[in-house]
Structure formats: C-alpha cells, structure tokens
Write a protein that binds this ligand. Structure first.
Ligand SMILES: NC(=O)c1ccc[n+]([C@@H]2O[C@H](COP(=O)([O-])OP(=O)(O)OC[C@H]3O[C@@H](n4cnc5c(N)ncnc54)[C@H](O)[C@@H]3O)[C@@H](O)[C@H]2O)c1
Length: 323
C-alpha cells in the first residue's frame, strides 16, 4: 500500500456489525478513525469488538504504527468528517435514513472526499439523489462480514459518478488491503448479493418444504461446493467439471438441466413457522456456543484460508502483502 492512497483518517458512520468491521480493518491498516453512532452504548461495543478482532488481524499482519487506540468516537457527523480522507456510511438499510445521513455528510465533507456506502442492495443513483453538493462522490462500497478479514468490496458508481471518483475509491480500498471489484452497471443487490440471495432463497425453500434441516444444508455447502468456491468461484470450478473439454463440454452436458424446474427463484413466505424452524436449527447447530465464540473460530479459520488461497493462487489480487 502506498502512503498517498491510504486514507490517513477514515470516518465511520454507524458502528454496528459492518461499521465495526470497517473500523477494525482501518485501524489495522494504520489509519486513524473517527466514528459516529447515536447509540450511547456504541463506543464500548466497538472497543470490545476491535479487541476481539485484533488477534486475527495480528496474524494477517498489521501495518506499521497500527494502533487500536487510534479510534475516536465523536458526537456529530461534522466532527466525524473532520480531516477524513474517506467516509464510510453503515447505517441501517433503510433508504430514508441513508438519504438523511448521506445528504448531511455530503454537505459537510471536504471537497472530493469519497463517501462509500456499505449498502447491500440499494443502487448508488438512488443514494445520490438526496445529495446536492457533490452527489457523484457517493458510491456503493459494499463489503462482506467480517469486513476486517474478507478482502472483497464491490464498488459501484451512480449516474453522477465520474470515473476518477471510482478510481480514487479503488485506490483507497486497495490500500486498506481489499480486493475492490468495480461493478460495471448498477443493479439492486450488486453482484455478490444477487448470487448469495439465490442460494439463500433455495435454502429457505428446502427447510420450508421439509427436504433438509439447516444443518444438512450447511453440510451440503461446507463439505462440497463451498470448499471449491473458496479457491475458484463458480465459473472456473465448472470449467474443471467439464473434464478436458472444459466449460464448453460442461455446458453441452449439463446445460439442458438448467431448464428443469429445480429452483424456485421466488422467496418463500417468511411465516412464523419457517422463522422458528430456521432459528431453532441454527441454535441446535451452535450447540450452546455464543456468537462471539463462533466468530473467534471463524476468524482463525479465515486467516488460514486466506493464506491457503494465496499459496495456491498466488496471483490472487488484493491478497498481496496481507498474509
Ligand atoms: N450485516 C451484514 O452482513 C452486511 C454485509 C454487507 C453490508 N451490510 C450493510 O451495512 C449497513 C449496516 O448494516 P449492519 O448489519 O452493520 O447494521 P446494524 O444494525 O448492525 O448497525 C447499524 C448501526 O447504525 C447505527 N445508526 C442508526 N442510525 C444512525 C444514524 N443516523 N447515524 C449513524 N449511525 C446510525 C445504529 O445505532 C447501529 O449501530 C447496511 O446498509 C447493510 O445493508 C450489512
């Protein structure tokens, strides 16, 4: 990472699951962080979160001078953007709230500073419509949980976004140790959530129809497709499934099955019965282990998995220098 691309100060707005993940990542990269969240318990929660995440970040390699104490909680958006070279918005996924916060941020942020929104599904143009000063600098910068370990960030510019803003955003997030994926066209759900939602809908149908339990469905991913996906994704994995003939053979052989009505596509109705079945299934799988305990185990696994990815796919962009 180069000093000029790394934002020296990052403003993190909204410090729930995702905001905290951004904070831990930015601190590990050696940035200062100004955080704002109206919840009076937020600062204590964030500091505990960063302390839990820090061992995994140490294993990945901290930047020189990285310091968990470089975090300041402030009590207004104005104070949060003071001196910030990158602003990350992570308030709940409600358009009216995002509009309110982004409009205020755009009004007080220094000219040219990129405002990234973590939104999982909203299009950047729909976010920009609330801003009057520099709407083009509001881009989607969609990360994945846990943000401090997973490198992917989807970057999506809206109708007002000039290419130089996307370039600046790309440089900032790469300097934060991420693998930016610039999405060519804005659509709801961007790219990755479109894919995850498709799997998620089918998984809920399988539980709802009594075909499999949550545990069985997770086993189907963990011991099969998931292992392959973590190295090669969907397309290259299927390329290998075609044998010597690669993807072309694979499509000729299995292509017709795509027309069979295997998948339902529409989400099932989230009835109380389905919610109980899914939530009880997850409690059973957790077997009394707390979310924090499971997070620690996941983090240890992910740091080793990232090292493995780089070992077997050394050209993997965005992982250089982190492991
Ligand atoms: N949870 C995920 O797995 C995930 C993954 C990628 C992206 N996202 C996106 O990240 C964003 C945040 O999601 P989350 O899961 O962290 O939600 P969350 O509910 O855990 O956290 C939201 C935080 O925003 C704070 N907040 C509420 N109003 C605010 C305001 N006016 N100003 C500043 N802070 C305010 C809340 O107090 C809370 O701490 C959403 O847009 C979501 O779509 C979530």
């Amino acid at each position: 990472m180069t000093a000029s691309e790394l934002p020296r100060t990052v403003a993190v707005i909204g410090t729930g699951v995702i905001g905290n993940g951004w904070i831990a990542r930015a601190l590990a990269a050696g940035c200062r962080v100004n955080a704002f969240d109206p919840d009076t318990t937020a600062a204590a929660r964030t500091r505990a979160f960063v302390a839990r995440a820090w061992p995994a970040l140490e294993r990945l390699g901290l930047a020189e001078g990285a310091d968990p104490a470089a975090l300041t909680f402030v009590d207004s958006l104005d104070a949060a953007v003071e001196g910030a070279e990158l602003i990350q918005e992570n308030v709940p996924e409600r358009l009216a709230l995002k509009h309110d916060v982004l409009r205020q941020l755009d009004a007080v942020a220094a000219p040219g500073v990129v405002i990234g929104s973590s939104t999982s599904g909203i299009k950047p143009s729909d976010l920009q419509s609330a801003c009057t000063r520099e709407p083009g600098r509001v881009v989607v910068a969609h990360p994945f949980n846990p943000v401090y370990l997973l490198p992917l960030v989807e970057l999506v510019g809206g109708e007002h976004t000039p290419p130089r803003v996307v370039e600046r955003a790309r440089a900032h997030y790469a300097a934060l140790g991420m693998r930016p994926l610039v999405v060519r066209r804005e659509i709801e759900g961007h790219v990755a959530d479109r894919l995850m939602e498709a799997l998620w809908r089918e998984a809920l149908h399988l539980v709802n129809d009594g075909v499999a339990t949550t545990e069985e469905i997770d086993a189907a991913v963990v011991y099969g497709a998931g292992l392959r996906w973590s190295l090669m994704g969907t397309f290259l994995t299927f390329h290998l499934a075609g044998g010597e003939g690669g993807m072309r053979h694979m499509l000729h052989q299995f292509g017709p099955a795509l027309k069979l009505p295997w998948t339902k596509l529409e989400a099932p109705e989230l009835t109380e019965a389905l919610i109980d079945k899914v939530a009880d299934g997850c409690e059973h799988q957790a077997a009394g282990r707390s979310v924090a305990e499971l997070e620690t185990r996941r983090d240890a696994f992910l740091t080793e998995l990232l090292a493995l990815t780089q070992k077997y796919w050394p050209e993997a962009e965005g992982l250089e220098g982190r492991i």
